[in-house]
Design a protein around this ligand. Structure first.
Ligand SMILES: Nc1ncnc2c1ncn2[C@@H]1O[C@H](COP(=O)(O)OP(=O)(O)OP(=O)(O)O)[C@@H](O)[C@H]1O
Ligand SMILES: [Mg+2]
Length: 471
């Protein structure tokens, strides 16, 4: 192997230095020097082969593009998020916090691919082969009783060179690399997981994968802030970035695409972690509605998870604070969004919770990142602040006793108006499907009008229906 050396390059100004500095000698920026390998003989040769000569451009219509069949992972939710399966030769980055189930998901996908006759390879730089085996044994066998997970060839290796050589020799159809932060390239002196290393590891794996048409699922860790650890350049490099999220203590997990060169990024899949692996949750709405408490502070949000409607319960608790700056604690929604909703609620809805602690939680560990959640948060907080349960029209007798939970969706404008959000009909249809008769939609016009439901019930007999603009 040719001797390789490395330089440190400033990611802001491109200044190169042989040694690492905290501050770039070129532009003075701090912490921007990243180690990079130099003089890669293979790269030089390929440039030389092109000879720098002119290349005749080809009209796109004449470009030969063979339709390649996608490889099904056998996990419907994963296939859907990928846009219909794994594209041969593509590089997919799966990010998620520790213990969320990245290794479980990728092992299950490989097991299904192996069962359907694909060549697979599991590269683990984090766990020993024995640990991977224990996990594989835990996973449920395929319908035929076959334990395909135990047929996956594995290597437990942290050296990038060895992994690349194995890939070249084995030429699997699909390979999992777990994880990109623990592989180490001998060409760089940086520790595994450093920016330079992660970039080098991903770049080299991509080179080999594209050459041999190997689809690679790269597992990546996320930082405390929720971003993929390692440089953003990793996200540019790969074809697809999937984020696996949820809370480790809860059973529900969602998988969503942040970037996808071969499909929509608005898809999301819901899973449940069980003893024998991750199970797709196809009836998530039914579960969340079934579990909804109908108590003060609870309302059902008709959300969209990608192209699919999902009903989730949003709960709020407003309690007297003993702190000078009251607490604002959220789980499943954006904290800044709560601040906005509380401000609009106080200014335009007549519900001020300034001096109280406010807790908002989306039940089941689900995260909703859409403006359509505003109204649900507002109604849940208002309901909690007044101590009045917000329920819809009584359920049909066959749906059990008592009123049905109140469903809603809509974005809050800063002037207190309700703004329409995408897929209103599908959200309403989903609520209807699960027996929620009363749905507060943006057609109510303003937050004040939407809150009238609450007020009406305060004044009148308990159990009165929420009479607001309902679809
Ligand atoms: N016996 C078990 N029964 C139920 N759930 C289990 C069992 N063993 C492990 N788990 C679940 O699997 C999770 C670990 O899954 P996995 O190893 O796939 O996560 P990971 O994202 O790869 O983690 P890491 O970041 O450590 O690599 C645990 O957090 C736990 O929720
Ligand atoms: Mg793992």
């Amino acid at each position: 192997m040719a001797r390789v050396s490395s330089v440190h390059v400033c990611s802001d100004c491109g200044h190169e230095t042989p040694r690492w500095h905290g501050q770039c000698p070129g532009c003075g920026a701090w912490n921007t020097l990243v180690e990079e390998a130099v003089a890669r003989p293979a790269a030089k040769a390929s440039r030389g082969a092109a000879g720098g000569g002119a290349i005749a451009p080809v009209a796109l219509g004449e470009v030969r593009a063979e339709a390649v069949a996608r490889l099904s992972t056998g996990i419907g939710e994963l296939d859907r998020v990928l846009g219909g399966g794994v594209v041969p030769g593509s590089l997919v980055l799966i990010g998620g916090s520790p213990g969320i189930g990245k290794s479980t998901l990728t092992t299950m996908a490989l097991a299904n691919l192996a069962a359907s006759g694909r060549r697979t390879l599991y590269v683990s730089a984090e766990e020993s082969a024995a640990q991977i085996k224990l996990r594989a044994e835990r996973l449920a066998p395929a319908p035929g009783g076959r334990r395909a997970a135990l047929e996956i060839p594995v290597i437990a290796e942290t050296d990038l060179g060895a992994v690349l050589a194995t890939l070249e020799r084995e030429r699997p159809d699909v390979c999992v690399v777990d994880s990109v932060q623990t592989l180490h390239s001998g060409a760089l002196s940086g520790a595994p997981g450093s920016v330079g290393q992660v970039r080098e590891v991903a770049g080299e794996i991509m080179r080999v994968a594209k050459t041999h048409g190997i689809a690679v699922l790269l597992v990546g860790h996320v930082t405390k802030e929720g971003a993929l650890a390692g440089p953003r350049v990793l996200e540019h490099l790969v074809d697809c970035v999937l984020q696996f999220e949820g809370e480790r203590e809860r059973t529900y997990r969602t998988l969503r695409a942040l970037k996808n060169r071969f499909g929509s990024t608005s898809e999301a899949g819901v899973f449940e972690m069980r003893q024998d692996g991750l199970v797709e949750v196809l009836d998530a709405s039914a579960r969340f509605v079934g579990e909804a408490t109908r108590a003060p502070g609870s309302v059902v949000l008709a959300a969209m998870e990608g192209s699919r409607p999902l009903l989730v319960e949003v709960q709020a608790l407003v309690s007297e604070s003993d702190l000078e700056i009251p607490r604002r604690v959220v789980s499943g929604i954006d904290r800044n969004r709560l601040a906005l909703v509380l401000a609009v609620l106080a200014r335009h809805g007549g519900v001020g919770v300034g001096a109280s602690d406010v807790f908002v939680n989306v039940v089941g560990g689900v995260r909703v990142d859409e403006p359509g959640a505003d109204l649900a948060v507002a109604l849940a907080v208002a309901s909690a602040a007044r101590g009045i349960a917000l329920t819809g029209a009584p359920a049909a007798p066959e749906e059990g006793p008592g009123p049905s939970p109140l469903a809603c969706f809509g974005e809050l404008g800063l002037t207190g108006e309700l703004r329409t959000v995408a897929h209103a009909e599908r959200r309403v249809a989903e609520a209807r499907k699960f027996g929620l008769r009363t749905v507060v939609t943006p057609e109510a016009g303003t937050l004040r009008a939407a809150l009238r439901a609450l007020r009406g019930r305060e004044r009148s007999r308990p159990g009165a229906d929420a009479q607001v603009a309902t679809a």
